[in-house]
Design a protein around this ligand. Sequence first.
Ligand SMILES: Cc1ncc(COP(=O)(O)O)c(C=O)c1O
Length: 388
Amino acid sequence: MIDLRKIREQFPITEKKVYLAHASRGPIPKCGAEAIQKYLYSAMHSGLTLVDAGVPEDGGRALFAELVMAEKEEVAFVENTSVGLNIAAGVVDPYKGSNIVTTDYEYSSVIYPFLRREPGVKVRFVENAEGRVLLSDIDEAVDDETVAVVVSHVHWLNGFRHDLRALAEIAHEHGAYLIVDGIQSAGVMEIDVRRAGIDFLAAGCYKWLLSPPGSGYLYVRKELIDDCDPPLTGWRSTSGVKDRNQLTLRFPDDARRFEVGAPAYISLVAATEAMKLLLDAGKNFIEKRVLMLTGRLGDSLREMGLKVTTPEEASFRSGILNFQVHHPQRVVDALKSKGIFPCGSRPDWAKCSPIFHSTIRVAPHFYNSVEEIDAFTEGVRKAIASKE
Ligand SMILES: Cc1ncc(COP(=O)(O)O)c(C=O)c1O
């Protein structure tokens, strides 16, 4: 039986705020902060012996591997999701006349590494249908010239969650790779890279993995690694190769070949502790709990007559919920004045898709309570009523 009170003790932020903004940035739990303090202490006093500073030898690879059901040899650390996606784009190397299939409302980092290859390569944008993407539309867009299907597992604004296994089947049927941006799902939604058939998955740690910016992981399916020519190389690309020198370049046969230079150790120590915390709580527990919280939130907002742009079905949902109100900034400000912090609202979200015009994004994690969700809903109700 999970003791939520004990888990919440790891999150001092709960003493002062109702924090519901994990799709923007995750708060650092006590265990992560302590790891950073240890690192800093060591940096001040002993000049940074990495082991003394608490830096795990494998940089947390094994823990991330456990989180996404990979083998640790399939995991490299990268600075962030964008670098991971660029490495994947560099490896799949689309040829002239080929195409990449993605959706029309992705985060820019998912698209840019491929857009820059145009006009030789065509980026095909599958239109979202009111905030969800239909498998039949992806199926129609993919053909034998498709090099990769590239998506975010969970959409950054409304939390729509793809059926990755179905996407992989479509991609693989045509010899294409499935490249996944996992920053909005790793640490909160269960991921089984092998069962889902994912070829590349990149995720930064500063959101749902509750760490400072600077650390992230790239998974590459092991069957692909040997044939991968890393687009970036440096001293770390040859780690583990005994005869490392500057005259010859030999890559190891695992994902470390994608690493380049010194990682953000200070962030990795926190990521490692946060991943232990998440794994201790249990991946299935976290997913179920967060789906319960966003489900409850969506139901209450719909009951108030508000339009929710996030699908109602649990299988398409995640930790993010997005809904429409008149004057969203006024509602957000009213919530903040009561100590309730959603991700907020931005006018430029409508550029991603018109359905996000005048919306607020909320993103609870597993340690949030039902009372906090209800306080949020009540805060929205009052903010709307106070205008009328
Ligand atoms: C879906 C998605 N991908 C990528 C990013 C950027 O990630 P990073 O800073 O780790 O490159 C974000 C940030 O909000 C995001 O929501």
